[in-house]
Design a protein around this ligand. Structure first.
Ligand code: SF4
Ligand code: SF4
Length: 72
């Protein structure tokens, strides 16, 4: 399952744009830096492809169950 760390997000929208399953959408809540961060609007559609984590320039998305490639 995708985990989003809101405080790191700068609301660039890459994760939303490149998710092949339209799982993510920019939410209506700002993080502490004033950026709207993404939410899992359709988590059941997620195929754990890790595209969102790969394209995020801020390292705000992780897939803890994906063999640790984004850990650390
Ligand atoms: S892991 Fe893939 S399918 Fe799941 S939210 Fe990220 S980009 Fe979308
Ligand atoms: S790619 Fe990263 S920084 Fe950009 S909107 Fe998604 S979580 Fe935020």
């Amino acid at each position: 399952m995708v985990e989003i760390n809101p405080i790191l997000c700068k609301s660039c929208g890459y994760c939303v744009r490149f998710c092949p399953k339209q799982v993510l959408s920019i939410g209506k809540t700002r993080n502490k830096r004033g950026f709207f961060y993404p939410e899992l609007s359709d988590p059941d559609n997620c195929i754990s492809c890790a595209v969102c984590a790969t394209v995020c320039p801020e390292g705000a998305i992780e897939l803890p169950g994906k063999g640790g490639e984004n850990d650390g």
